[in-house]
Design a protein around this ligand. Structure first.
Ligand code: MF3
Ligand code: CO
Ligand code: CO
Length: 264
């Protein structure tokens, strides 16, 4: 098990990749409306990344072992879909909540970020799930610092959401990231304080909690990618890419339009 420590030059490239990733999310927000297909959102993001940013959409043809190559450039996960939803001709409708997960490669380095988007006016419960999920991401982010433990992050997230009646998905986690999409370490969104690896300055990884309104159990759809809640309850996710520093953290997936850190 080895976690790379990024050089100053690598960190600078990851700042660029991270900013571009966040700018894709800024760009696509206004298009997330009733009547649009997830294929259209995929096409718009693909074209921005390739033609304007001159980057590469990392998901396209991504083929980790045991998977068929991912066929699209972004992930679009609607309502009870947890993650890796594959864009299609499905039309978004009023009240849907949608996670858009973007990974841009620029100059050989990856940025990875996702946010929830509202189609029209979702239910109070749906909006609250998204709010709590966003807060849980930041509970995790705020413990990041050289010397902290990996388990501190998972514990901060789990101990925040479970007393509110939500559950944490176990099968997917945050991950180291750099020249490769998924590197060590695995960043679990549940766990115990003072367990696991100690964080070191220069590590770069994502935190990306998947939080369900119902039970934590998941199911994979027949497309080999889309993950849904087994009980069909709503699920939400937010993701940032972070650099560990001596004094804390630097969020790399930032842009003018990214939502501000929560007060809670
Ligand atoms: N972006 C996802 C993550 O946060 C991974 C998507 S893999 C794909 O790790 F192939 F589905 F795109
Ligand atoms: Co990720
Ligand atoms: Co992602």
């Amino acid at each position: 098990m080895s976690v790379s420590i990024k050089t100053t030059q690598e960190v600078e490239k990851m700042r660029v990749a991270g900013r571009l990733t966040s700018e894709v999310l800024d760009y696509i927000g206004p298009y997330v409306k009733a009547g649009v297909t997830t294929n259209k959102l995929d096409e718009l993001c693909h074209d921005l990344i390739v033609n304007v940013q001159q980057g590469i959409p990392a998901p396209l043809n991504y083929a980790p072992s045991g998977h068929n190559p991912y066929p699209k450039s972004i992930c679009t996960s609607i309502n009870h879909q947890i993650c890796h939803g594959v864009p299609s001709d499905k039309v978004l409708k009023n009240g849907d909540i949608v996670n858009l997960d973007i990974t841009v490669i620029k100059d050989g380095y990856h940025g990875d970020s996702s946010r929830m988007f509202f189609v029209g006016e979702p239910s109070i419960q749906a909006k609250r799930l998204c709010e709590i999920t966003y807060q849980s991401l930041w509970r995790g982010i705020r413990v990041v610092k050289a010397g902290a433990y990996l388990g501190d992050i998972g514990h901060a997230i789990q101990s925040f959401v479970e007393p509110l009646g939500y559950s944490v998905v176990r099968e997917f986690c945050g991950h180291g990231i750099g020249a490769r999409f998924h590197e060590e370490p695995q960043v679990l969104h549940y766990g115990k304080p003072k367990t696991g690896m100690r964080l070191e300055s220069g590590m770069v990884f994502t935190i990306e909690p998947m939080i369900n309104a119902g039970k934590k159990d998941i199911k994979q759809l027949g497309d080999g990618w889309t993950i849904v809640t087994k009980d069909h309850s709503l699920s939400a996710q937010y993701e940032h890419t972070l650099l560990v520093t001596d004094t804390g953290f630097e969020v790399l997936t930032v842009s003018d339009g990214c939502p501000p850190p929560p007060n809670a």
